[in-house]
Design a binder for this molecule. Structure first.
Ligand code: NAD
Length: 520
């Protein structure tokens, strides 16, 4: 039975524990159906493995979900192709598709508190951060809608009596494979431009955080996105994600996640000769010169590594300090890290929330322990918090490590937790040699009052994004990409939509003049 709520939202019956799953706080009771996934526009309980969602702040299982199967991939992709044709989505005029995207953006914003709460339960992040992610996702849909309406094809300069046009067309079905660390924002970054381009999208959300993608699909339904254009298939990456990427009718994969997964998907793309966008890991340098505003720099470096509990691709996890201020600044960083409040994401005073899962906390802990055994100095953290009320959660204290060389494993591997390594440097040459000695090339922070020097380093450092006297600022209008093993291709920016399209050239004869062999 379904009924219409006062807000015009279709109410579906909610589940009970006796039906095999647990209603969870965060979805509005009576509005959202639990334990249903969207396969090709049809909401139903998945036939795949049970996914138990654990709140990492408490260890409580707060929701259960039956995921998708490999067979669902066929259904979702076929339905996506059919929906593109039957709804005429790709043939709609840009302003018509843009109108739907605007409505999705507004609906995300209207639901920002619910999205935030849900995401905080699922990932442990602070409510402040998850709300900001929801608002950013809304802005992504709106920006993409505006960009879509202003996109132009080109009439290119001809070399004869013909008209030559360079135009863009949709691809068909796009796979969006996403990580757990910023679910709604990374979904929006792919779904908005892919839909804008006229495609259907199949999201493969992360097992550790599937709920927000499902809520996004509900929102898209309510906003009038034609049914079947967006499917959400929660399930293991190595089965469901792999099958999706390999599917013959998936014309592009847009992936955000770890470098090793990205490499596997890149191989599949190579076999299929399929375009792929890869947003991967990082080990970003953040650099403090002696002439920097040290108050700003210390605060910025702490924020750059410890916000999101370090679970950020762009985390400034390698801190380089000029040697003459090394001891002083290191002491200030340690003092600052110790003062950061560790606690649940629901507490407004929390700076460092739990990690996404206990297993992930354990892997961060192991990497720090390995470094300790190898001789690194752990100047703060390097342990779980002692407070009794935090014992159940996946907490790890903000950790600063020194006494290491840039070539050490702890300075080369992405930890994806609240762990910074700190290294001294002598001059620009020494700095660049160390900073660029990494397989990654995602981001960089530079703290100095000398803007010429900032410019030199910004141009010479191997990174897709550089911040000067700031960190982790983002605009959807500014393209984002990683270099080296941090990624392939670009997201965001006005041209983000183009990466979900195929370019086509059309020549139109204008003169009727015979071709060279006519009448031969
Ligand atoms: P992950 O690579 O383990 O998983 C990402 C997604 O890929 C998940 O949905 C997962 O289920 C799926 N997947 C896993 N194996 C797969 C396979 N064989 N085939 C198809 N899909 C598969 O990454 P994660 O742990 O979820 O996320 C953390 C990583 O993401 C970090 O390395 C981080 O740096 C990176 N990241 C990068 C950016 C960026 O923009 N560059 C942004 C956020 C996160």
């Amino acid at each position: 039975m379904t009924t219409q709520s006062s807000a015009g939202i279709v109410e579906r019956p909610t589940g009970t524990a006796s039906e095999g799953f647990i209603p969870f706080r965060g979805f509005e009771p009576g509005v959202d159906t639990l334990d249903e996934i969207n396969v090709g526009g049809v909401w139903a309980r998945g036939a795949g493995a049970l996914i138990e969602s654990v709140n990492p702040a408490t260890s409580e299982v707060f929701a259960k979900l039956h995921g998708a199967t490999v067979d669902d991939v066929d259904v979702a992709v076929a339905a996506g192709l059919a929906a593109v044709e039957e709804s005429g989505w790709a043939r709609k005029l840009p302003h018509e598709r843009a109108a739907v995207l605007h409505r999705i953006g507004s609906a995300i914003e209207a639901n920002a508190d619910r999205i935030a709460f849900l995401q905080t339960q699922d990932t442990g992040k602070t409510l402040k951060e998850t709300r900001a992610l929801a608002i950013s996702a809304a802005a992504t849909f709106r920006f993409t809608a505006s960009a879509l309406e202003t996109m132009e094809d080109a009439v290119t300069p001809p070399r004869g009596d013909y008209l030559s046009i360079s135009t863009y067309e949709h691809i068909g079905v796009v796979a969006a494979i996403t990580p757990w660390n910023s679910p709604i924002a990374s979904d929006a970054q792919k779904v908005a431009p892919a839909l804008a381009a006229g495609n259907a999208v199949v999201i493969k959300p992360p097992v550790w955080a599937p709920w927000v993608s499902l809520l996004l699909a509900r929102i898209c339904d309510e906003a009038g996105l034609p049914s079947g254009l967006l499917s959400v298939l929660p399930g293991p990456g190595r089965t469901v994600g792999d099958a999706l990427a390999r599917h013959r009718d998936v014309g592009k994969v847009s992936f955000t996640g770890g470098t090793s997964t990205g490499r596997q998907l890149g191989r599949i793309a190579a076999d299929k000769i399929m375009p792929i966008t890869l947003e991967l890991g990082g080990k970003s340098p953040t650099i403090i010169f002696s002439d920097a505003d040290l108050d700003q720099a210390v605060a910025g470096v702490l924020y750059g590594i410890f916000s999101s509990s370090g679970q950020s691709c762009i985390a400034g996890s390698r801190v380089f300090i000029q040697r003459d201020i090394y001891d002083t600044v290191l002491a200030r960083l340690v003092e600052g890290a110790k003062a950061l409040r560790v606690g649940p994401g629901t507490d407004p005073g929390t700076r460092v929330a739990p990690l996404v899962a206990h297993a992930h906390r354990d892997s961060v802990e192991k990497m720090v322990e390995d470094a300790r055994v190898a001789g690194a100095q752990i100047l703060c953290g390097g342990a779980r918090p002692a407070e009794p009320e935090l014992q159940q959660g996946a907490y790890y204290l903000p950790t600063i490590i020194a006494g290491v060389a840039n070539s050490d494993l702890i300075c080369q591997e992405e930890i994806f937790g609240p762990v910074a390594v700190v290294l001294p440097f002598d001059d620009e040459t020494d700095l660049l040699a160390q900073a660029n000695d990494s397989v990654f090339g995602l981001a960089c922070g530079i703290w100095t009052s000398d803007y010429r020097r900032a410019w030199r380093i910004a141009r010479a450092v191997a990174a897709g994004t550089v911040w000067i006297n700031t960190y982790k600022q983002f605009s959807i209008a500014t393209p984002f990409s990683g270099i080296k093993e941090s990624g392939l291709g670009t997201e965001k920016g006005r041209d983000g939509i183009r990466s979900y399209m195929r370019q086509k050239s059309i020549y139109v004869d204008l003169s009727g003049a015979p071709l060279p062999w006519a009448g031969a």
